[in-house]
Design a binder for this molecule. Sequence first.
Ligand SMILES: Cc1cc2nc3c(=O)[nH]c(=O)nc-3n(C[C@H](O)[C@H](O)[C@H](O)COP(=O)(O)OP(=O)(O)OC[C@H]3O[C@@H](n4cnc5c(N)ncnc54)[C@H](O)[C@@H]3O)c2cc1C
Length: 308
Amino acid sequence: MSFTFDARRRATLTAVVDTFVASVPRDDDPTGFWAVKGSDLQVDAAVEQYLLEHLPEEELESLGQLLDTAALVGMKNQPQAIREAILANLGGIAPEAGLAVASLCQLSTMIAYGVMDDQGRNPLWAGVGYPGPVSAPPATPKTITTIAPTAGETLSADVVIVGSGSGGGVAAAMLSQAGKNVIVVEGGSYRNEADFVQNELFAYQTLFLRGGFFPSADGNVMLAAGGTVGGGSTVNWSNSLKTPDVVRKEWADAGLEDALGPEFDEHLAQVFARMGCNQDVALQNAQHERLAEELRAWATRTARWIST
Ligand SMILES: Cc1cc2nc3c(=O)[nH]c(=O)nc-3n(C[C@H](O)[C@H](O)[C@H](O)COP(=O)(O)OP(=O)(O)OC[C@H]3O[C@@H](n4cnc5c(N)ncnc54)[C@H](O)[C@@H]3O)c2cc1C
């Protein structure tokens, strides 16, 4: 039997979404940020579509059972505080249920802040001071020739590398420079600057593995990885730190030859030179500035505490 969202499940999903992206009455709400709830932005419909497209049938059935249980206790007719308690209790039933509730929360908020209307705007952005896309993508031509082999077609190479990320991409370049005929097999699509439309949801769907953040098997950690040509190097933040000595030592202890030697330093220097790494653009955003301030204050407090 294939899974469906019937009217009851759909109404319960809407109540779940509106619990995570809740309308909060406030007098000081000049942009309407607090008043907007998820279903006002059609987040419930988008979550439903995402679940149907990404979850295997078995997981959809489990989710259906979770929604049915929430419906039994009248989730959709309860006030915010009770709905929050219902979700907390449902999440505590079993690790899988906790994971489902956490994933629904994450999906609801991600879509709420990422979704755009016909004018390319989102009513929540003004409240958080986000201007939205500020420019059209540049018309940068694509420089890599990709091929999509047809069924039965045979390709030959000296080396086949699976994955075009930071590891695979560098290995392919080195082998190619050494005269090898290299094929790089990449599961994601090829996109470059011309495709970067400054829309977070679109970026997750087109550039990230599994369409964005996803939980580890035990649900304890959320993971993010690139799923496009270039892998993580296409989507990462380019913070470039030389591999710390403690990590190199760990690798050496695990049997990696040369991890502690000068050759390794030479490799790092080459990568830094190729990427043009420097400290000139290390401006911190407001969040990082607050974090740094608080850490400095904490360090001062701790130092005083240690000295007394
Ligand atoms: C959002 C984000 C921000 C980050 N910021 C930083 C940062 O600032 N500084 C930093 O040093 N690191 C950062 N990282 C981490 C860094 O990008 C990764 O550690 C690095 O890219 C890992 O390289 P990799 O080659 O192991 O894998 P990846 O770069 O993830 O490449 C794997 C590639 O293999 C492809 N693939 C997987 N399975 C298959 C298959 N079966 N068939 C075909 N193709 C397949 C994937 O689509 C992907 O393109 C960030 C990562 C993310 C996701």
